[in-house]
Write a protein of this length. Sequence first.
Length: 394
Amino acid sequence: MFQFNYYAPTKVIFGKGTEKEAGKQVKSFGGTKVLIHYGSGSVVRSGLLGRVKDSLEEEGISYVELGGVVPNPRISLVYQGIALAKREGVDFILAVGGGSVIDSAKAIGYGTANEGDVWDFYEHTRQAAACLPIGVVLTIAAAGSEMSNSSVLTKEESGMKRGYKNDICRPRFAVMDPELTLTLPDYQTACGCTDILMHTMERYFTNGGNMEITDRLAEGLMATVMENAKILRDDPQNYKARAEVMWAGSLSHNGLTGCGNGGDDFTTHGLEHEISGMYDVAHGAGLAAVWGSWARYVYQECLPRFYRFAVKVMGVPEDGDEKAVALKGIEAMEGFYRSIHMPTSFAELGIEPTEEELQEMAHKCSIAAGGKKGSAKALYEEDMLAVYRMAAKG
């Protein structure tokens, strides 16, 4: 066990109809002029945006709007949001959507509260000193950005996808109504469940030791998500399963499942960022497509954890051959991905990278990681390329 700091300041308002509380929450945190940030027309068509506006008007809070966020959110829209927020004197940002909207809102918050180019923070050439306060009305259970200190942006012209972490961007509150996720396409639901699982696995697979209570929380969360992902595959309107997955999404990425174990691997995320940066694929699907290759590449360097995962999470019978059990656990996880129609290779993801493109992704991933990345096993550029090649071969 390692010493750790745990910081999760976000207030959660969970349950049916809670989006009507958005205005009260903004007011309680001092917001007087709000930028409502959202994605496509779905929040308009569903009436959600109207209900959020009504809640602000009831509290006497003025607002401006900026829609148009897309998956793998773009820096160009962030620049528009920064200019709008400064011009209108915005003092609070309300993100109505999923992880991409929340990440975009965080970037606008950084850019409005700091001078210079906000992309500098994502390239890690300087640190943000402040961020406008953020509130969230969550519509997709996946990224966990509603309680996390992280955000990810894509720079269109270069295809670079980069993340930045800073506690000052953690949302002040998150309104979570599982009913808002009932209309999601099946594929998007499955991608979300995959992302939730990965946020916990990135902390679970570590050579930093363990803390038993943290491990059991992580194992329980993973088992719960897999169970309910299958329920939602067969019964997408199941409110209880939606609620379980939504809460798991927040807990998976607010730091809870990494307390005391020295984890924070996040190599699979780093590898996937280059995939979706180049091909603009769904983040969860990209994670599933590369995870098995990463796992087989690193498992022998992190054997006790992969063995425990196989037994405790995937239900593989214990025996004396740790390697065989660990491999069966990896195979079982890939079987789960396929059961919810997620890919386990680049071919299943629908992409066919050339050798030059694989090399480019490995090079960019290495640069983004500062040369190496990983807790289960430290990967350098040549290792990253090897994992990409394995995923390409299927």
